[in-house]
Design a protein around this ligand. Structure first.
Ligand SMILES: [Zn+2]
Length: 156
């Protein structure tokens, strides 16, 4: 299912500018459809929606950290929902007036993958609901994430 993606990195911060062809070569079809063609997965179709473990959610296309489990909440909308990204830089916001709606699209801050939309009906403290396609998220449990950060420290 996972193709060999040389652009995926949990540490690289430089923005990625690839052609559609380059993305198509390294992303699975369902991820390419959502991340690069702004598709939407069926509601309730993502196993990510049900995850309650502690950990970090990364962009499945490039490895950029997007959300942490402590900002995930059950919105009942059928897609994984968060009230806040890990940092301001992790997300790009773009007005989206397609389908006769005024919405704000959210994209990955590193590779500009389409993630989903943000709405103003979320819980405190932000009042925001980041409604995200699970296909674009890579989840790693806290223990594993910690181990990775320890490894990184040891290499530095
Ligand atoms: Zn990305």
């Amino acid at each position: 299912m996972k193709k060999n993606n040389p652009y995926y990195s949990r540490t690289e911060k430089d923005s990625l500018k690839l052609t559609p062809e380059e993305w198509k070569n390294v992303l699975p079809d369902n991820l390419y459809y959502i991340a690069r063609q702004k598709g939407t997965e069926r509601p309730w179709s993502s196993p990510i929606e049900k995850i309650k473990d502690t950990g970090i959610y990364y962009c499945a296309a490039c490895g950029n950290a997007l959300f942490t489990s402590d900002t995930k909440f059950e919105s009942g909308c059928g897609w994984p929902s968060f009230y806040e990204p890990v940092s301001k830089e992790s997300i790009i916001y773009t007005p989206d007036n397609t389908h006769g709606m005024k919405r704000v699209e959210v994209q990955c801050g590193r590779c500009e993958a389409h993630l989903g939309h943000v709405f103003e009906d979320g819980p405190p403290p932000t009042g925001l609901r980041y409604c995200i396609n699970g296909v674009v998220l890579d989840f790693e449990k806290a223990e594993e994430a910690r181990k990775q950060y320890e490894d990184k420290d040891n290499q530095a």
